[in-house]
Design a protein around this ligand. Structure first.
Ligand code: FAD
Length: 372
């Protein structure tokens, strides 16, 4: 049984905005690679079951400063796990991908196991397939509170209470509200996505324009091929901010934020028209170390908690769903997620007796990278 405050596939949380990077040569740590390969297998299974394409592998261009940390991390993942790739110096990069304007001090690794997912569709389809397999999803049903009792966890909705021996909590940017005693609390961030029109859509089609991440000279930019044939989504690490309450936050983006974003587009992707045609606001919860937590809650092992995806969680959702199912059934999982254990934080995450209106504690400074 599952409770969703809106309906699967909505775009009011983390998983909106039509596309998500699926990177495999992972700068955030080579230990993610087996998990990402499992995620790819699970996405493919979901596609096979549903008959709906969700994941496109069109390669990923990882652009960074020569000798910088970002490409060093990508390289380590490639070396540890034998990922099919090419290394491009700045001349070759400029020649093969003229859509980008490349500096002399930049180079790239083209990861042939990367691409992109369709997030709203993927969530909606996963929910449909789950229902087809017998799951019951209560849509438009916010969980107001969790109550721990000796023989069960009580899930409180507006209509009634439900009792379960074990539960999974995966409530994204709302996690601080449902688990107000979670320590450390998540740092919820508002992130902006921008779409820029192009008069040359053929240059940005998926077969000639790989997804990209460019981390160099203080910028953290990511982009996707055109999916609508008229615009290209580009995200730049600008204008995102800590959010106290995701339900009351202002979703309108101040026009003043666009000038630096447009400047960066003019500089790095000069064939796009640099005024955004579309803007979207989304949220994610960040942990102190920018790695998610997935596992049994030390304070109450009847609760599996998944959260703090820190701007890079969607790609692995299919594998982490399997991990959560194994954890709830068997108390352990065969998937390689030891590094994501909730107990790794210095102050052990706990769930104190519930007090829904308590403010989140231990908010951290804004992270310096969104890590898509
Ligand atoms: C702008 C942006 C770009 C990103 N780009 C990438 C990317 O390219 N690649 C990548 O891998 N990751 C990316 N991410 C990160 C990724 O999208 C998130 O990490 C991931 O979607 C988080 O999933 P989640 O399930 O924790 O949160 P969500 O997807 O928000 O899901 C949580 C769900 O819980 C429901 N819920 C919450 N509280 C309650 C309640 N009390 N009762 C009932 N239901 C409730 C919500 O309605 C929601 O449906 C990006 C994130 C953002 C914001």
């Amino acid at each position: 049984m599952c409770f969703e405050q809106f309906a699967p596939g909505h775009d009011r949380g983390s998983a909106g905005g039509e596309s998500r990077l699926f990177r495999t040569a992972y700068a955030e740590g080579s230990r993610y690679v087996p998990l990402l390969r499992e995620a790819r297998k699970q996405w493919r299974e979901l596609e096979a079951e549903s008959g709906v394409p969700l994941l496109t592998i069109n390669s990923g261009l990882m652009i960074g400063s020569r000798g910088g940390d970002f490409l060093a991390g990508v390289r380590t993942s490639i070396e540890d796990h034998g990922i099919d790739h090419e290394v491009l110096d700045s001349d070759e990069l400029q020649k093969r991908f003229p859509q980008h304007s490349i500096g002399d001090d930049e180079e790239a690794i083209l990861d042939h196991e990367s691409g992109y997912l369709r997030p709203e569709l993927a969530v909606a389809i996963a929910a449909e397939e789950a229902e087809r397999s017998g799951a019951k999803i209560h849509t438009h049903t916010p969980v107001r509170r969790l109550r721990r009792e000796s023989d069960s966890i009580v899930v409180v909705t507006d209509e009634r209470e439900y009792r379960f021996p074990r539960i999974i909590v995966t409530t994204g940017a709302w996690t601080n509200k449902l688990l107000p005693g979670l320590t450390p609390a998540l740092n919820v961030q508002r992130l902006i996505m921008t779409w820029f029109p192009t008069r040359y859509p053929e240059q940005f089609r998926s077969n000639v324009f790989p997804i990209f991440v460019r981390r160099a000279n203080g910028y953290d930019i990511s982009g996707w091929p055109t999916l609508d044939g008229t615009s290209v989504k580009v995200c730049i690490n600008y204008g995102w901010d800590h959010v106290a309450d995701v339900d009351t936050v202002n979703r309108t983006v101040d026009d003043r934020l666009f000038a630096p974003i447009s400047e960066a587009v003019t500089r790095f992707l000069p064939s796009l028209i640099p005024e955004p045609a579309r803007v979207g606001v989304y949220f994610d919860g960040y942990t102190n170390d920018h790695h998610p937590f997935v596992g049994l809650l030390p304070a109450d092992e009847r609760i599996v908690v998944m959260g703090g995806f820190s701007g890079h969680g969607f790609k692995m959702a299919s594998a982490l769903g399997l991990a959560a199912a194994e954890l709830i059934d068997q108390g352990k999982t065969r998937l390689p997620i030891d590094h994501l254990t909730p107990s790794r934080f210095s102050s052990t995450p706990t769930v104190e007796d519930q007090c829904p209106d308590r403010q989140p504690r231990q908010l951290q400074p804004a992270p310096t990278s969104r890590r898509f």
